[in-house]
Design a protein around this ligand. Structure first.
Ligand SMILES: [Zn+2]
Length: 98
């Protein structure tokens, strides 16, 4: 089952593993049921991206990599979370690199 990150209305961050359609769990710290999913997959993907180019890559090479990878990442997130959520939480993915 996928691992999700949440933040409750009181600002506690926690992780929960549950099925895709399961309701959000209450906060384990304060038992608040008003919790929001936090999208944290992007930084991991970014790390993976920088790992796939050489550490000495030039800025131009990195930009080219971003231009190539960003639409793919966006597409992946849109298929998982929906257009509206991606526009709201990951607006930087709409950036154009060309
Ligand atoms: Zn809490």
């Amino acid at each position: 089952m996928p691992l999700y990150d949440y933040r409750c209305a009181n600002g506690h961050l926690f992780e929960a593993r549950h099925g895709f359609d399961a309701p959000a769990p209450p906060c384990p710290v304060c038992a608040e049921i008003d919790v929001q999913r936090v999208i944290t997959s992007a930084p991991g993907v970014m790390q993976g991206m920088s790992a796939s180019v050489s550490p000495n890559a030039s800025k131009a090479e990195l930009t080219a990599k971003w231009a190539e990878e960003t639409p793919k990442l966006r597409e992946k997130l849109v298929s998982k979370l929906g257009e509206e959520t991606v526009n709201k939480y990951a607006p930087t993915l709409n950036a154009k690199y060309d």
